[in-house]
Write a protein that binds this ligand. Structure first.
Ligand code: NAD
Ligand code: FES
Length: 280
């Protein structure tokens, strides 16, 4: 059983929880995720690790209430427990795997959309701790939905906040800010984009044009998280990959986003889930 030691509502329907999970906290790296369950029969919910504290043995997760599972999760309170907290799953971010000197030589741009700010944060923090200042764009629909601004500010080289409705920071979507920064003369060797699938698709179309290599973190439907069930199948560079074991990070310019979005949509209905199960 995994105890919730802190719960905070970051904004409407977006929650942060710090959970005691000593083994996961001991070995996890930025970019990896966990699959949580509230009880033995419950839905398995994959969540990218937002922060970890090796001394305290805790993992921080951030989630948005989008379906029945996450709505039930939001009802859990401090002092209550998760039945399962499996991880760390997936491969760590490429950044932490590469020789530090190589990473230091790159000018890196992170693009975080909405709840995607949560998985971006540990990567930017890791770079900051290793003396690397990355530029970060955080986009949200409106001011009230913006999360982790202060945390991001404390670890980013430059932070650019943008809201779709112009209620805070710059105005427009994250892609507009990328265009503006490049027009202002900024040059980037690598872009890491994490957010809704549609955002990652359009960021990748733009960075391909701008010739900036781009990594995305995919969060398709997951069931077992071990590469066995096929639920998280995505096509990358024309090849079938499983996000849970081959990812979640992939070369964004090679991802078939249209197929990934179609599968995500289909999965929302019981009939669609049955159809996908037949496809596997
Ligand atoms: P959102 O819809 O509020 O979008 C966030 C930002 O993305 C927008 O402010 C905008 O700047 C940008 N964006 C959206 N559509 C765009 C487009 N067509 N072109 C360019 N930029 C665009 O985000 P949200 O409501 O927080 O998104 C929730 C979704 O994100 C969920 O489906 C969730 O599963 C997914 N998510 C993904 C990850 C991941 O690891 N990839 C992590 C957390 C959440
Ligand atoms: Fe089952 Fe990835 S979640 S194969």
């Amino acid at each position: 059983m995994y105890k919730i030691v802190k719960k905070q509502e970051l904004t409407t329907n977006i929650y942060l929880m710090e959970v005691e999970a000593k083994r996961v906290a001991k070995t996890c790296e930025p970019g990896q995720f966990v699959i949580v369950r509230m009880d033995s029969e419950g839905e398995r919910i994959p969540l990218t690790i937002c922060d970890y504290n090796r001394e305290k043995g805790t993992i921080t997760i951030v989630f948005q209430t989008v379906g029945a599972g996450t709505k039930m999760m939001a009802q859990l309170e401090e002092g209550e427990y998760f039945h399962d907290f499996v991880g760390p799953l997936g491969r760590p971010s490429e950044l932490v795997e590469q020789p530090l000197e190589e990473v230091k030589s790159k000018k890196i741009l992170f693009v975080a959309g909405g709840v995607g700010a949560a998985p971006v944060y540990p990567q930017v923090k890791w770079l900051h701790e290793h003396g690397i200042a990355a530029d970060v764009i955080v986009g949200s629909k409106t001011k009230d939905l913006l999360i982790l601004e202060k945390e991001m500010e404390s670890v980013a080289g430059n932070l650019y906040v943008t809201t779709d409705d112009g209620s805070y920071g710059r105005s427009g979507m994250v892609t507009q800010t990328i265009k503006d920064l490049v027009a202002e003369g900024k040059k980037y060797d690598l872009c890491i984009a994490i957010g809704p699938m549609i955002m990652m698709k359009f960021v990748c179309l733009l960075t391909k044009e701008l010739e900036i290599p781009t990594v995305v973190s995919l969060n398709p439907i997951m069931v077992d998280g071990t590469g066995m069930c096929g639920a998280c199948r995505v096509t990358v560079g024309g090849k079938v990959k499983f996000a849970c074991v081959d990812g979640p990070e992939f070369d964004g310019h090679e991802v078939n986003f249209d197929e990934a979005m179609r599968r995500q949509q289909i999965y929302k209905t019981a009939e669609g889930r049955a159809m996908l199960a037949l496809e596997e």
